[in-house]
Design a protein around this ligand. Structure first.
Ligand SMILES: Cc1cc2nc3c(=O)[nH]c(=O)nc-3n(C[C@H](O)[C@H](O)[C@H](O)COP(=O)(O)O)c2cc1C
Length: 214
């Protein structure tokens, strides 16, 4: 067995204290997102893990790209018929997480996902390069396929079909909006005594703030 017990790092870059945080987690998310971007060292600061509960009862997580966020929630795009798409449509409870290692930070968001309105999916789809649009049509995401060749051939066929024409968004492809109900901010600190601040949405729509033991 590979011994990784010497992989050890002390986290000393920052701290997260109650007297410096906003009442609303989206404001703090905004601050941390751009701080991570400006600090550098994270290639895709908008890459996040989304965990879903599958039709088989197992949780599964994978990386997707966050494309928009605001007070309402967090938007990403995918194939609605993919494994994650089917999982979300059957159980919309999901968990998003970000690990911004350069700032020694993690954010974990529990939320409820819903399809974005068609107009939002259309706008985003239309903003993509033609290659990505065709890729979305070609890929029946998460289905078993016979070979790489199969994909390349399908792409070639579609390139000819749509040459000089507008490429429409397929109905099976679009956005999900994740409306947050709980957001946890984790800041690495020395001696494994990290800062953890959790926001929970109350029935009166006020965010309750608690510090959690690391
Ligand atoms: C950096 C990165 C970004 C990705 N972005 C997306 C994305 O925005 N949407 C998407 O559907 N898949 C994206 N993927 C692929 C997913 O991780 C996953 O393989 C795919 O969505 C199929 O997942 P599923 O079979 O669990 O539905 C990305 C993967 C990586 C590594």
């Amino acid at each position: 067995m590979e011994d990784l017990s010497n992989y050890r790092k002390s986290y000393e870059k920052s701290q997260l204290l109650e007297n410096t945080i906003p009442e609303d987690p989206i404001n703090l998310f905004h601050k941390w997102f751009y701080e991570s971007q400006d600090f550098g060292g994270v290639d895709e600061v908008n890459a996040m893990t989304i965990a879903t509960i599958g039709l088989d009862g197992f949780p599964k997580s994978r990386v997707v790209l966050l494309k928009k966020f605001n007070e309402e929630g967090f938007i990403f795009y995918t194939n609605y018929n993919s494994e994650k798409g089917k999982a979300i449509l059957s159980n919309p409870n999901v968990c998003l997480s970000f690990f911004w290692h350069s700032m020694e930070r993690q954010v974990i968001i529990k939320g409820i996902a819903e399809k974005t309105p068609q107009s939002i999916s259309d706008n985003y789809f239309n903003s993509r390069p033609d290659g990505s649009k065709l890729g979305a049509i070609v890929s029946l995401q998460s289905e078993v396929i016979p070979s790489r060749d199969y994909l390349d051939k399908k792409l070639n066929e579609l390139e000819s079909t749509f040459e000089g024409k507008e490429i429409p968004r397929p109905e099976f492809w679009g956005g999900f909006l994740v409306r947050p109900i709980e957001v946890e901010f984790w800041q690495g600190r020395p001696n494994r005594l990290h800062d953890r601040i959790r926001y929970q949405l109350q029935e009166d729509l006020i965010w309750k703030i608690d510090r959690l033991s690391p």
